[in-house]
Design a binder for this molecule. Sequence first.
Ligand SMILES: Cc1cc2nc3c(=O)[nH]c(=O)nc-3n(C[C@H](O)[C@H](O)[C@H](O)COP(=O)(O)O)c2cc1C
Length: 283
Amino acid sequence: MSITVGRLKLAQPLLNGSGTWDAEQAHRIFGDANPGLAGFVTKTITPEPRAGNPAPRIAPSRQGLLNSIGLPGPGREAFLATVLPYLRTIVAGPIICSVGGFSLADYVDTVAALEGDPACAAIELNVSCPNVESGCASIGGDAGETERLTHAARQVTTKPLFVKLSASVADIATIAKAAEAGGADALVCVNTVKATAVDRRTGKSWFGGGGGGLSGAAIKPVALHAVVACREVTTLDIIGLGGVESADDVRDLLAAGACAVALGTALFRNPALAYTISADLAP
Ligand SMILES: Cc1cc2nc3c(=O)[nH]c(=O)nc-3n(C[C@H](O)[C@H](O)[C@H](O)COP(=O)(O)O)c2cc1C
């Protein structure tokens, strides 16, 4: 079942979604056994260390999960110096580094820093962040910003370059074409869907950081739509994710045009899920 996605070779078509799989804890539970995942997608790396949003950051939702985590992380320098070398010792398969930021330079500097590190097999641009310099609320919501960012990243890396799209955009096909024009090798469809929970007393967002994103089973049809829409307009490989909970969900995303599939929220409930699904998928 080995496949190639955007020039990256994978032993089988299952990955994790960025920010939904704790490789260290998985190593503690499963040891060196790879629990059904072909590689590991890191939590999004930002240039500076970030504490993330104030609590509350997670809320349940029917058939899904709401989060407003706010990209906590150690920052680029610590990631390169300690996190990535450690991941390389515990993760089987290629490591795909998810990159985020708040300006073009934020992304480009991180991508350039990863270029020289053989532990990073591929780069995923999380374009669901704002560009504070241009005043753009979400880079992935704007075709011009997406193409500019992808092109700038392409100039500083030879590694496979994936662009992770947001479903909360007016026309995802336009953004997919922009990523392709910028030089992406593959698309990842999709990030969480904009959503929130409300504090009934105030009418304001219940989350400490405001905003929020919906993931889990509720968004599988959104992910399917995104894969179909992108498949129609680009020849890029697509990693489908959103609400996958079973082998049939994987088959649906593959049938829609994805060549690999990632598991996200469902892994919180069942860390062995990828193992079960890959066994179900085996011919
Ligand atoms: C708690 C949590 C943290 C996440 N962190 C990130 C992140 O750092 N970067 C990113 O690109 N996506 C992040 N995501 C989005 C997931 O990778 C995935 O795109 C989304 O949850 C949809 O898949 P799912 O429905 O299977 O969870 C996060 C999702 C959750 C639930």
